[in-house]
Design a protein around this ligand. Structure first.
Ligand code: AHR
Length: 500
């Protein structure tokens, strides 16, 4: 019996709802077909946004959506994507599949999508191949209210009122596809570019995100902060609000990523191990940030994370289309538990990517759509959004199928909402073993409990022929005890218990 200890009255950090954020790039069938089908499509749409997908996204309460990239962001020239669609520039999407980008989805369409989903906006600017003026004018176009060249242009294009930009990324992966810069150089560019990301609105300030490290490049984190963190200024707001981190789980390494659906137990455990590595990354990058910013004003923004496998056979290798199984549900559950536990520093995260690309929550095929196992994890974890993390720990043992890959069998995180309800999320990483859990809950009397889970065999997935093979099912047999609860979590499971 594994002991889960929860101290409900020991409250820690707020779990920023943005930890449950998403990312959509002009890549493959994410934007085009996945989200945007155009007004003339036979697929039901409102202003071009497909409604089956929008409804599914509303259900998981998407809090924020990052756009337009990714690598695409540092090649994107926003003026190509405004004005009458027939006049918009057609270009080659050089990064992703060499297909024609007709720019029919641009700034106006992005804000319309966010309006329909009901989420905050996170626009990623172009530092790699764009000018300061271009970035500055984009911010003016989006947010300036009054008479100005860009506000007038926006009004001419049919949108009189400004939009709200909640987050603005000053470049993407500038250590790689965003210009192959070194950290000092980028740090200096950040200082310069961010100056012109102006706060035109009196009611709010744009949160500026500085490009952070790839995986374990701690040198990048340190040098960038050394170059552009505003020392001796007690208020970082208005200069830097976040520093990003990108990390993808490649079970077999970057070169041979392996199949999304056909894998053995050893690969399952390797995948779990790589998902758990996020704990070390977040801890070590946070420790460097603590040296500069002990008050934790600057958030660690994990704005790209998730699994990255070989593309589905027969699909365009540049489109990064992959299936999604119970294994992905576990990666999501483990990762989100890690983010919850580090919510003092991790203030936003964006799974890559929303639809049809990498670890998606939704897949589409023409007019059909399905919710992936990852969608169901976001559905269960949505109650953590803006709740408060409480102190908890779980007894674990090492499991695994290979000597060199040993992982803890269980992970967890617990939050409390304003009405005193506890939300416990637990993952069981074992391929074959169920575990009994004895939850000792201090600081709260348990009156009522319900449980739900995403469970199955490790390769289980949803297909267009069988879209509901994996879904949320009820957990039976949860007992209320003197000290808390007892329950059993099956193998290959992500579970969510609601305790009142
Ligand atoms: O998400 C796919 C790509 O991965 C993004 O464009 C880039 O930022 C990262 O390398």
């Amino acid at each position: 019996m594994a002991k889960l200890k929860i101290q409900a009255d020991k409250t820690l950090s707020r779990i920023h709802k943005e930890i449950y954020g998403h990312f959509s790039e002009h890549l493959g069938r994410c934007i085009y077909e996945g989200l945007y089908v155009g007004e003339d499509s036979p697929i039901e749409n409102v202003n071009g946004m497909r409604q089956d997908v929008v409804e599914a996204l509303k259900e998981i309460r998407v809090p924020v959506l990052r756009w337009p990239g990714g690598c695409f962001a540092d090649e994107y020239h926003w003026k190509d994507g405004i004005g009458p669609k027939a006049n918009r520039k057609k270009m080659i999407n050089t990064h992703w599949g060499g297909v024609v980008e007709d720019n029919s989805f641009g700034t106006h369409e992005y804000f319309e999508l966010c309006r329909q989903i009901g989420c905050e906006t996170y626009v990623n600017g172009n530092v790699g191949s764009g000018s300061v003026q271009e970035m500055s004018e984009w911010v003016e176009y989006m947010t300036f209210e009054g008479v100005s060249p860009m506000a007038d242009l926006r009004a001419d294009n049919g949108h009189e009122a400004p939009w709200k930009v909640d987050f603005f990324g000053v470049g993407n992966e500038n250590w790689g596809c965003g210009g192959n810069m070194n950290p000092e150089y980028y740090g200096n560019l950040y200082r310069r570019y961010q100056t012109y990301v102006r706060d035109y609105h009196k009611d709010y300030k744009i949160n500026k995100i500085c490009c952070g490290a790839n995986v374990d490049d701690y040198e990048w984190t340190r040098t960038v902060l050394d170059t552009c963190f505003r020392r001796n200024n007690p208020d970082q707001h208005g200069f830097m609000n976040g520093l990003s981190l990108h990390y993808y789980v490649h079970p077999n390494g970057w070169q041979h990523k392996g199949s999304a659906t056909d894998f053995d137990e050893a690969t399952w455990y390797r995948t779990m191990d790589k998902a758990l590595y996020m704990e070390e990354l977040v801890t070590k990058h946070s420790a460097i940030m603590d040296e500069f910013d002990p008050e934790k004003q600057v958030g660690l923004i994990v704005d790209e994370w998730g699994t990255w496998y070989d593309v589905e056979p027969g699909t365009n290798p540049g489109f990064l289309y992959q299936q999604n199984t119970i294994r992905d549900a576990l990666v999501a559950g483990i990762t989100l538990n890690i983010f919850n536990k580090h919510s003092d520093r991790v203030k936003m995260a964006n799974i890559a990517q929303m639809v049809n690309v990498l670890q998606s929550v939704i897949l589409t095929d023409g007019a059909q759509m399905l919710r992936t196992p990852t969608w169901y994890v976001f559905r269960m974890y949505r109650d953590h959004q803006d709740a408060t993390l409480v102190e908890s720990s779980i007894e674990t043992k090492q499991i695994g199928s290979e000597k060199e890959v040993q992982v803890p069998n269980l992970t967890e995180s617990v939050s409390i909402t304003a009405d005193g309800t506890l939300h416990i999320t637990v993952t069981n990483l074992s391929v074959e073993q169920a575990y009994e859990i004895d939850a000792e809950i201090g600081g709260k009397k348990v009156r009522e409990v319900t449980g739900e889970m995403v469970t199955g065999d490790m390769q289980d997935k949803n297909t267009f022929e069988n879209p509901d093979a994996v879904k949320i099912t009820e957990m039976d047999g949860i007992q209320i005890t003197e000290s808390g609860l007892k329950f059993t979590i099956p193998a290959c499971t992500v579970a969510h218990l609601t305790v009142r």
